[in-house]
Design a protein around this ligand. Structure first.
Ligand code: SF4
Ligand code: SF4
Length: 332
């Protein structure tokens, strides 16, 4: 069902849904940005359309709703443990096409790469998406090159106009909105300012030896921001927290981890697989455009451009892809 409605009518529909769903969308958090006096745009719980921010790209992706930065898995005492309870509410997330496509990648890792992840599955089963149409590309986006500028995987889709909204309802549960019937196509980006070409048949052994990786030894500061803002990075580490009042009691958490940060590949005996920043960047880049593809048949990167937006050293992932491409073409 496709409808046209004003913002007030949309809010009335959201209110009806809020009895059953927690609704998440990007919001502006004033003075919370990485640089002084700048805002942060992150996914938070909302009630009204006016609270949502879609004129700008969110700094963090909606991944943090599904995979919390810090998630308690269980509580333990000396003798026993109990599983952290799942929240009962269903979740509705307003997302752009690239981010919905990113969830497909997260699903591969947590649900189809060996045993299903129990904690992810119980959360994922409760989540539905509202696709937010993008009329124009943002800075650094490369979703068209990564083939993730469109999706049909949504419960409802939304086109935003100055005084009205257009919604395409696919899931009957969302037949709570009142408006006029309308015919429209959900907005999607047809061209980005940034375009990349991913070389076919990358030889990873050859690319590993490319000299340009060494440039990053001096430039990258191993802050891990590029991982944390990426909607497709899924690595975590485990932490046991012992309560101060009783050191035999505590909780086990999983916490986001970054392959760019020192210590990520440390193993017993004082060894580490990737010691330099260039080696770490190479690992990340190759995972996004080669290794995942080899395993699942499509690229991991969805081209949201957040890694480029947020790197304090202005290291550009799309430029890295260009360098890999040029290197692969050398000597052909
Ligand atoms: S690698 Fe960069 S552009 Fe690709 S999905 Fe991650 S943050 Fe977005
Ligand atoms: S590439 Fe940029 S964002 Fe990523 S770890 Fe290095 S400095 Fe930080």
């Amino acid at each position: 069902m496709k409808l046209k409605l004003n913002y007030e009518a949309f809010d009335r529909g959201l209110e009806k849904l809020s009895g059953e769903y927690k609704i998440f969308a990007p919001v502006v958090l004033d003075y919370k940005g990485s640089f002084s006096d700048t805002p942060d745009i992150r996914y938070k719980e909302v009630n009204k359309f006016s609270e949502m921010e879609f004129a700008l790209k969110s700094h963090f992706s909606p991944k943090e709703v599904m995979l919390p930065i810090n998630e308690i898995l269980l509580y333990f005492t000396q003798d026993e443990y109990s599983e952290a309870k799942a929240k009962d509410e269903k979740i509705l997330i307003f997302m752009r096409a690239c981010d919905i496509n990113a969830v497909k990648r997260i699903d591969e890792i947590y649900l189809r790469n060996g045993e299903e992840d129990y904690y992810y599955k119980r959360m994922r089963d409760k989540i539905k998406f509202v696709l937010v149409g993008c009329k124009e590309s943002f800075r650094n986006c490369l979703c068209v090159s990564m083939n993730s500028n469109k999706t049909e995987d949504y419960a409802m889709a939304l086109n935003i106009r100055e005084d009205e909204l257009y919604i395409d309802i696919k899931d009957e549960e969302f037949n709570v909105f009142e408006g006029e019937n309308a015919e429209f196509e959900v907005d999607y980006v047809k061209e980005n300012y940034v375009k990349v070409e991913i070389p076919e048949n990358i030889d990873p052994i050859k690319v590993n030896q490319a000299p340009f990786w060494q440039e990053y030894n001096a430039r990258c500061i191993s802050c891990g921001r590029c991982n944390f803002v990426c909607p497709t990075c899924t690595c975590f580490t485990m932490q046991d927290i012992f309560y101060r009042e009783n050191e035999n009691v505590g909780e086990r958490r999983r916490v986001w981890a970054s392959c760019q940060v020192d210590g990520f590949t440390d193993i017993a005996g004082g060894h580490s697989f990737r010691n330099t920043k260039g080696e770490r960047l190479r690992f990340k880049a190759m995972h996004k455009i080669h290794d995942f593809n080899k395993r699942f048949g499509y690229h991991m990167c969805v081209g949201c451009g957040r890694c480029d937006d947020n790197c304090p050293q202005y290291i550009s992932f799309s430029t890295t892809i260009d360098k890999i491409n040029e290197f692969c073409k050398e000597g052909e």
